[in-house]
Design a binder for this molecule. Structure first.
Ligand code: SF4
Length: 232
């Protein structure tokens, strides 16, 4: 991992796609690292977040601190209320624990559909995904074509960073982070679907811990193809 290489990639992406590019921010240490790099390399790069309605209080606190510390605007996207109402009225408020299919329905309503709206006018989006995070991400590339979202470009600047690299960046730059990390969380999503990680478990073991590893995605990050670019 070279911080300079990551900054070069972000600079290339901004030059190529601004203003039709945005960071999808879940307030992970990875997203906070990228948000900080963006504020140093470009003005007014869009940052958006998905409010699923089931986030931890600590995540909102982190969002609030980050917004003020970096002086950025965060565009929040919510699920469509009529879809949430129908799901919860029909199936209850914890239906996502009953089956993978029910879990995917909830993720589709609360995450996937709002993300599609957030990306609808973009040519590129930036994520904090890293290969090391799980078996579902070990083939991740820094620049991909996002087949799920109309073939727009998906940029994963931290693809080859290690966890310790990210923490070092956060500490060196005195950046805020979600306090749940101090309680043993390593990957933070919705409150009822995230728990702390035990010693020896992989980073995303605390996400949907009742499911197999291969199923541990919410539908936001599948359907990508590698893009070769000579311009960076
Ligand atoms: S992570 Fe859990 S609560 Fe959040 S959208 Fe997916 S199933 Fe629903």
């Amino acid at each position: 991992m070279q911080i300079k290489d990551t900054q070069n990639l972000l600079q290339w992406a901004i030059k190529e796609f601004q203003p039709e590019i945005a960071l999808a921010c879940s307030f992970s240490i990875e997203d906070i690292t990228i948000a900080h790099m963006l504020t140093k390399n470009a003005e007014n790069t869009r940052v958006f977040a998905l409010d699923t309605g089931r986030l931890n209080e600590e995540t909102y606190q982190c969002a609030n601190i980050l917004q003020h510390k970096l002086g950025i605007r965060i565009d929040w996207y919510f699920p469509r209320n009529e879809l949430v109402e129908q799901m919860e009225n029909d199936k209850g408020v914890f239906a996502f624990r009953e089956s993978i299919k029910a879990r995917h329905v909830c993720c589709r309503i609360r995450k996937v559909e709002p993300l599609s709206r957030a990306l609808s006018n973009l040519k590129a989006w930036i994520t904090g995904l890293r290969r090391e995070q799980s078996v579902t991400r070990n083939k991740l590339e820094q620049v991909e074509k996002d087949g799920l979202h109309g073939g727009i470009i998906k940029i994963n600047p931290l693809a080859d960073w290690k966890t310790e690299d990210v923490w070092a960046y956060i500490k060196q730059n005195n950046l805020p982070y979600n306090r749940l990390y101090d309680l043993g969380y390593k990957s933070i999503g919705c409150a009822p679907c995230t728990r702390e990680v035990k010693p020896g478990e992989e980073e995303r073991a605390g996400r949907w811990w009742w499911e197999d590893h291969e199923h541990k995605e919410c539908g936001l990050h599948v359907g990508n193809h590698v893009v070769q670019t000579n311009s960076r």
